[in-house]
Every structure is written in structure tokens, then in C-alpha cells.
Ligand binder design. Structure first.
Ligand code: ASN
Length: 488
């Protein structure tokens, strides 16, 4: 085998992995809002998913903590019933999938109890009566009824009641729907004029309008269902029972009314959204996201290096079987989008195998497998780039195949591989942003959650983009130095 090259690279891989995993517990705390302190060591602990923004039911405040009616109710119920939980702000549609895949124990996300959903979820007693309403941009004077939507597009949020309602009247009024994963993007779509209206839950629209989201309502609300806490059907009956019991107690002692009053009564003044004020207030939370981005990059690159070495050498092996395995691995992971791989590993596999994988672990595995395929190609390409005459010359001098590879071919190959390695490093760092889809609070997801609260897309994406740029520039400078050393 090729001990010289393999050993240092594997060592780099393992050191990176160990270092990353050592800091991951801290990172998980960044990803999830910590639960109330356990009442006793054996208090049951649950993972609860929620939407990333559905103010006043769930939204992040300026200190990065998730607050809102759902959040406060859950915290009060947990305290009353003596259980603890970790919150997973995944987005509504991802939360639904996570509950169904048993990746989380339950969800609270202003989730409407519907007949359809009752076929797959068990719901708590209803805790809030809602309904759907249409909203248009403040400046829009042309759309005043559903009839005015003819020929236009309308924004909705994936998998929600609002989307179901819009789709049910879409043909009748002749409009088309455009789907988004979170309310903030949906409102942006309407503000920019790409869609003329949005259908969302009325209390959420009403709250957003008082916070200056640039929309207004022009039609009455539709009668709608009530919100309930949900678990996967037949799973976690104790959690559901605790929720119901706690809810009843909070209604009886007045806490429930206080929580509603807190968010539906007099509202807090909207936050200061000048660029510098945004920069200062959001930086601590964004830095937490950046830290997780770096950890994800390092851990997945460590896996990728090991996989790349194994499959890269398979690709240049004399054995047809090994070459076949190498080709299959590279083809599968290069031939499918990273996003699909992330969904498959985080939602697909656990649902079928009845196992739970944390989002961070699923994220690292996905990125590691994906980058590993590219690494394998870099290693194969590097080895093949060395002129065949080099190997022949070494062999004719009496060196064995292994020694020729180690002493003659690989040192030259590594030199050609280094720029591609650095390139892959940068690509993997940027690819971590795709993991926001499974709710990992890395830098992009952190930005999304903040925008969900303050609706400052332009300034916030500018800040997030600049943070990626700075970190990538720093890392590239560092890698270039390393490259020069290797060249020497
Ligand atoms: N009320 C919405 C639904 O149940 C939930 C949401 O948009 N977060 O579909």
C-alpha cells in the first residue's frame, strides 16, 4: 500500500474529525434553544420541532432566543409536567417530515388540526382558534378581492393550511401559487411585487402588519381550524398526555391568558433596523452560526479525506471490482444533488430503519460522503496526471510497484492535487449552507431566522455574505501558504 502519503492524510483526517467532534456538543447548543433545567435526572427529555418563524407563535428575539405563544406555552407546560426538551426550529414543512420520520418527538408550530393530518398525527386538545386570510402589499390598490387575483401569482408556504386553502380556490379564481419554505420569504415575494398576494394564518398576518411587514389585509378571514400540538401517530402518548394536562392547568390558573396577552396585547416597538444597529445586534448570534459552519466543514472534510483516499485508490486499482466500487460511489454522490442527499439521510433513512440521527450527524455524514466523491476524483486525477513514463522508469530501475508509486508517482501527484484540495475545501464550506434545509443553525440558517424576525433581507444577506467571504478569504490565504510548503 502507500503508507507515506496515506498515513499523513489519514492522520490529518482523523485529527480534524476528533477536533470537530470535540466541539460539536457546544455546537448543538447553538443549534437548539436550550430547554428548561431538568427537574430531576430521570425527567423525560424530548426533541420538539417548530417553524423558524411564525410570529407571534414562534420567532427569535434579538437575543437569539425563541419566544412566542407556542414557545411560552411549551415552556410552561414542560415546567408544570416536569419534562425537558430541546427545541428544533426546522421550518414548518421540515418539522412535519421530522415528526413523521420519528427524528423528533413532537411539534408545536401553530399547526392547524385538519382531518387529513389527523390520519398521520395525534393532536393535543386545541389551544388556539385560527383561520386563513389573504394579504397584499401596502401599496397595492388593485387587488381588493379574490376575483382580482386572476392571471396573477400568489405566495404560499409549503405544506401549510394557507397553501391548501389557496390551492382549493386557485382554479376558481384563475391564479397560480408559488411556494416558499418560510413566511419571511413569502412576504418578501409580495413586497417585491413578484406575487400580488399571500395566504397565511390571520393572527400571523395581523401581528406582522403591526410590526411593519409592508402588507395589508383587504378581505375578511376565512373560518379555519384550531392549532394543536402534534406527535407522530401512536408515538409518544405520554408527551401528548402531559401536554394536554399541562394546557388544562395553565388555562385554569390564568397562565394561558397571560401568555396570549403577552403577544396579542400591546406590541413591542419594531427593532432598530439601521445597518449598523443590525450588525451589532445580530453579530453574536451570527458568530454562533459561523462557528457551526466551520465545525461542519472540518468534520465533513475529515470524513471526505478518508473516503477520498480509499475510493481514489480504488479508482486507479488493478482490480476491476475495486474500480467498479470506486466508480459507483463517485457516480452516486456526484450524480445526485446535495440537497436530495441531505433529505434522504436525515428524513428518508431514519423513517425506514426506525432510527434517529441528529441533524448535525446527518449533516456531517451527507457532506462527508458528498465531498468524499470529489476527493476521490481529485486523488485519481492527481495520480493519473503523472506521466506513465515515470512509473515505467522507476520500475525499470528495479523498484517495486508500491515503492515506485510512493517515491516517484505520489510526490508529483500531490503537487497537482493540492490546488484542487483547497478548492474542495472552499466548496464544502459553502455547501454547509445547504444543510439549513434540515434545520441546522449554521450561518445561512441563522441569517434566515433573523430575517424571519426583522424582514431585513438586503442588509442581513449582505452581512451573512460578507462573513462567508471573510472566512473563506482567510482560509484560502492559509491554504495557499500550506500549498507553497508542500511544493517545496
Ligand atoms: N397554521 C399553519 C398550518 O398548520 C402552520 C404554519 O404555517 N406554521 O398549516
Amino acid at each position: 500500500m502507500l503508507p507515506r502519503l496515506r498515513t499523513p492524510l489519514v492522520a490529518v483526517g482523523s485529527v480534524l474529525l476528533v477536533a470537530a467532534l470535540a466541539v460539536v456538543p457546544g455546537a448543538v447548543a447553538v443549534a437548539a434553544t436550550p430547554s428548561p433545567t431538568p427537574t430531576s435526572d430521570d425527567a423525560p427529555h424530548y426533541e420538539i420541532a417548530t417553524d423558524i418563524t411564525f410570529a407571534p407563535f414562534e420567532f427569535q428575539d434579538t437575543s437569539g432566543e425563541f419566544v412566542g405563544i407556542d414557545m411560552d406555552l411549551l415552556a410552561a407546560i414542560a415546567e408544570h409536567e416536569g419534562f425537558t426538551y430541546t427545541l428544533r426550529p426546522l421550518g414548518f414543512n421540515a418539522a412535519i417530515q421530522a415528526v413523521q420520520a420519528n427524528q423528533v418527538d413532537g411539534m408545536t408550530a401553530g399547526m392547524t388540526i385538519t382531518d387529513e393530518r389527523e390520519k398521520v398525527f395525534d393532536f393535543s386538545d386545541p389551544y388556539f382558534e385560527s383561520g386563513i386570510q389573504m394579504a397584499v402589499a401596502e401599496s397595492n390598490d388593485t387587488v381588493t378581492s379574490y376575483e382580482d387575483l386572476a392571471g396573477q401569482s400568489v405566495a404560499v408556504k409549503t405544506g401549510t393550511e394557507g397553501a391548501a386553502f389557496a390551492e382549493s380556490i386557485e382554479d376558481e379564481y384563475g391564479f397560480t401559487t408559488v411556494t416558499f419554505d418560510d413566511s419571511a420569504s413569502m412576504y418578501d415575494e409580495v413586497r417585491t411585487g413578484n406575487s400580488v398576494a399571500v395566504f397565511d394564518d390571520y393572527p400571523v398576518l395581523a401581528y406582522g402588519i403591526t410590526q411593519g411587514n409592508g402588507l395589508k389585509t383587504v378581505t375578511p378571514k376565512e373560518v379555519g381550524g384550531s392549532y394543536g400540538f402534534a406527535v407522530n401517530q401512536g408515538q409518544n402518548p405520554e408527551l401528548l398526555a402531559d401536554f394536554n394536562e399541562g394546557l388544562a392547568a395553565l388555562r385554569a390558573d390564568g397562565t394561558y391568558d397571560q401568555i396570549l396577552e403577552r403577544y396579542l396585547g400591546e406590541q413591542a416597538a419594531p427593532e432598530d433596523t439601521s445597518f449598523f444597529s443590525l450588525l451589532v445586534t445580530t453579530m453574536p448570534v451570527l458568530l454562533g452560526g459561523l462557528k457551526l459552519t466551520v465545525i461542519l466543514t472540518i468534520a465533513s472534510l475529515a470524513i471526505a479525506i478518508v473516503l477520498g483516499l480509499i475510493f481514489g485508490f480504488f479508482r486507479v486499482s488493478h482490480s476491476q471490482v475495486l474500480r467498479g466500487i470506486g466508480v459507483a460511489y463517485v457516480d452516486v454522490f456526484r450524480g445526485t444533488p446535495l440537497l436530495v442527499q441531505a433529505f434522504f439521510i436525515y428524513f428518508g433513512i431514519p423513517a425506514v430503519l426506525d432510527i434517529t440521527i441528529s441533524a448535525i450527524a446527518a449533516g456531517i455524514i451527507t457532506l462527508g460522503l458528498n465531498a468524499g466523491a470529489y476527493m476521490a476524483e481529485i486523488i485519481r486525477g492527481g495520480i493519473e496526471s503523472v506521466d506513465k513514463g515515470q512509473m515505467e522508469a522507476a520500475r525499470s530501475l528495479g523498484l517495486s510497484y508500491k515503492t515506485s508509486m510512493r517515491r516517484v508517482v505520489l510526490p508529483q501527484a500531490v503537487r497537482t492535487m493540492t490546488p484542487s484540495f483547497i478548492n474542495q475545501f472552499v466548496i464544502t464550506l459553502k455547501d454547509t449552507s445547504i444543510l439549513s434545509v434540515i434545520g441546522i443553525a449554521e450561518l445561512t440558517q441563522t441569517g434566515k431566522i433573523i430575517i424571519a424576525r426583522n424582514l431585513e433581507s438586503f442588509n442581513m444577506w449582505l452581512i451573512v455574505g460578507a462573513m462567508y467571504f471573510v472566512i473563506i478569504m482567510l482560509l484560502t490565504k492559509l491554504s495557499n501558504r500550506l500549498e507553497k510548503r508542500i511544493a517545496r
